[in-house]
Design a protein around this ligand. Structure first.
Ligand code: TMP
Length: 216
């Protein structure tokens, strides 16, 4: 049974850890899983990611930024996501097109309808379900700075945006979720990780057993 599930949220929401926990849970049940992420997931897209996130990048035009994310997605979908779905895998993807709508659309102010159209051209595929890890922007940034400090990393280009930018991203995700209540599943990311992992696994089981019709 192929299923395409995306994890979304602001910086520091814990998407990556929650996604890894679900992947491990599924592998323990011998479910074939492909774990991937955006921007990145294959060599060309990884190269674009490096360009997009380098903290010392000269100022990037919003439209150039949008098109780089979408170029990375076009390659990633063709090289990784589609083949995995065709094999029958559950694909768990850390960020996908809702990030483009939230960051480049709601936060940078680019046209939402246009982004949807270009995304359709670049990816031509939509997630069956999206797990949104929601928390206040202040808390997310606090967590992501602490994580970077622990790892000795400096913040990337988008993490360096102002708090107001991250608030717009969060509001953007919530608007997207309220417009597509069936696809989106919102989780309170301030809750303890163990509780979240249990809740996410339960939600996945319900989706999988409902034999949800892939919206591809
Ligand atoms: P990550 O650190 O969660 O891997 O995400 C990289 C950054 O890229 C993060 O700040 C969100 C941002 N992003 C966009 O602005 N637009 C997009 O389409 C995607 C996929 C990510």
């Amino acid at each position: 049974m192929s299923l395409f599930i995306t994890f979304e949220g602001i910086e520091g929401a814990g998407k990556t850890s929650r996604l890894q926990a679900l992947a491990e849970h599924l592998r323990n049940q011998n479910v074939p899983v492909t774990v991937t992420h955006e921007p990145g997931g294959c060599p060309l897209a990884d190269g674009i990611r490096a360009l997009l996130l380098a903290p010392d990048q000269p100022p990037m035009a919003d439209r150039a930024e949008l098109l780089l994310y979408l170029a990375a997605r076009a390659q990633h979908v063709r090289e990784v996501v589609r083949p995995a779905l065709e094999r029958g895998d559950v694909v768990l993807c850390d960020r996908f097109h809702d990030s483009t709508l939230a960051y480049q659309g709601y936060a940078r102010g680019l046209d939402i309808v246009l982004i949807r159209q270009i995304n359709q051209f670049a990816a031509g595929i939509a997630p069956d379900a999206t797990f949104l890890l929601d928390l206040p922007a202040e808390e997310g940034l606090r967590r992501s700075h602490r994580r970077d400090q622990l790892k000795g990393l400096s913040s990337d280009r988008l993490e360096r945006e102002h708090l107001d930018f991250h608030r717009k991203v969060r509001d953007g995700f919530l608007k997207l979720a309220s417009g597509e209540k069936e696809r989106f599943h919102i989780f309170d990311a301030t809750r303890p990780p163990k509780d979240l992992d249990r809740e996410i696994a339960q939600r996945f089981a319900v989706l999988a057993s409902s034999g949800m019709a892939p919206g591809r």
